[in-house]
Write a protein that binds this ligand. Structure first.
Ligand SMILES: NC(=O)c1ccc[n+]([C@@H]2O[C@H](COP(=O)([O-])OP(=O)(O)OC[C@H]3O[C@@H](n4cnc5c(N)ncnc54)[C@H](O)[C@@H]3O)[C@@H](O)[C@H]2O)c1
Length: 356
């Protein structure tokens, strides 16, 4: 069978990981890489001598040998590059976040439909063993009804030139929450601050509100002295702690909780009983998430099916980013969310099948 010919645009930090993973797929040829930075191209050529170098994106879209384009350039370029590639009949994988507005994402989805091409976003975390396992634990009802989702993603991060910390880091947490939580948020509020001459907010606190008593909080910071990547998911029966900085036991399932009873004789008195059960660290698949994500992109093209992280998944994340941005500009005023267009959610069997 002939190989699928892929071009990767943007040979920076993440682009290098994409080039490595796509190059290692037996049915893919990384035909070309594109970057306007000659040093980035030269570095790539040293590692992948067979690859063609292109400095101008137009050379990629006009190359009829190329079937698919992977876009790993700054966020502001995602929409213009993805729309040009789709119009040129290429399948497109875009880095997170898919675009800078829901309007742009919907336009990309329309183009993918019109030209009958695959459109996918790289929500890498959904392909990790940790998130896939948490999804199956939650889906099986093991932790009960969800009460909260609480994530901290902080470090001395790479300050971005075109986006704030929400658009940089929250796509990870929003996509994880979207995958794990069966309920859609009804509003989002956010506050943030700019420090040390940063053009965009380098720290932000985002809250997602739900119609039930479920609540989600996201702490995002590029200016922290330590790297923390921790998510807590609380349920009525059990709780999960996902610590991505752990090398082993990234996910721990705690059989802990509190049962609250009101004293029938004194209305003010609350009787709480504490449950301190076992802690379980499930065995996780350690396949590199990016490898599975790359495989999924190619398989969805070849099998002519929607990828798990399709335009709609991109849309669901960008609509939360957009609302958080709007709220931050209004000093934290909650922004109500309309129901997302369409109704499809990521199905757990599809996610589990990724490694099959
Ligand atoms: N999925 C993930 O976990 C993950 C992690 C990091 C970054 N990313 C995403 O990857 C993308 C790139 O991030 P990065 O950290 O690699 O950035 P980077 O700055 O290291 O690399 C971007 C590259 O794009 C090139 N570039 C910029 N504009 C260009 C243009 N118009 N034409 C051609 N080349 C151009 C730059 O020269 C640079 O080499 C972003 O969208 C980011 O959100 C995703």
């Amino acid at each position: 069978m002939s190989k699928l010919r892929v071009a990767i645009v943007g040979c920076g930090y993440w682009g290098q990981n994409l080039i490595r993973n796509f190059s290692e797929l037996a049915d893919v040829e990384v035909t070309a890489v594109c970057d306007f930075n000659l040093n980035a191209l030269a570095r790539t050529k040293r590692r992948y001598p067979a690859v063609e170098l292109k400095q101008d994106f137009q050379q990629v879209v006009s190359d009829s040998r190329i079937h698919a384009v992977v876009i790993a350039t700054p966020v502001s370029t995602h929409y213009p590059f993805a729309s040009q590639a789709l119009r040129a009949g290429k399948h497109v994988l875009v880095e997170k976040p898919m675009a800078t507005s829901t309007k742009q994402v919907l336009e990309l989805m329309e183009l993918a439909d019109k030209y009958n091409r695959t459109l996918m976003v790289d929500h890498t975390f959904l392909y990790t063993g940790a998130v896939r396992r948490m999804r199956s634990i939650i889906g099986a009802g093991e932790i009960g009804d969800l009460l909260y989702f609480d994530s901290v993603r902080i470090s001395l991060g790479l300050v971005q030139s075109d986006i704030n910390v929400i658009w940089d880091l929250a796509p990870h947490d929003f996509s994880i929450m979207d995958c794990l939580c069966p309920e859609d948020p009804v509003a989002v509020s956010a506050v943030g601050a700019k420090h040390l001459g940063c053009a965009f907010e380098n720290i932000a606190y985002v809250t997602a509100h739900f119609a039930s008593s479920m609540i989600a909080h996201f702490h995002l910071n590029w200016l922290a002295p330590v790297k923390v990547r921790k998510t807590l998911v609380g349920g009525t029966r059990k709780m999960i702690v996902y610590d991505d900085m752990e090398t082993v036991e990234k996910v721990r399932l705690y059989d802990k909780g509190i049962t609250v009873n009101h004293d029938s004789e004194s209305r003010e008195r609350i009787l709480a009983s504490y449950r301190n059960g076992d802690v379980l660290a499930p065995n996780l698949d350690t396949t590199e998430a990016l490898r599975l994500m790359a495989r999924e992109f190619i398989d969805s093209i070849v099998q002519k099916r929607l990828p798990i992280c399709d335009g709609y998944a991109g849309y669901r994340v960008v609509r939360l980013l957009e609302a958080a941005q709007q709220s931050m500009e209004l000093n934290g005023q909650p922004i109500e969310l309309a129901n997302p267009v369409g109704s499809r959610r990521i199905e757990e069997p599809a996610l589990t099948a990724v490694v099959a």
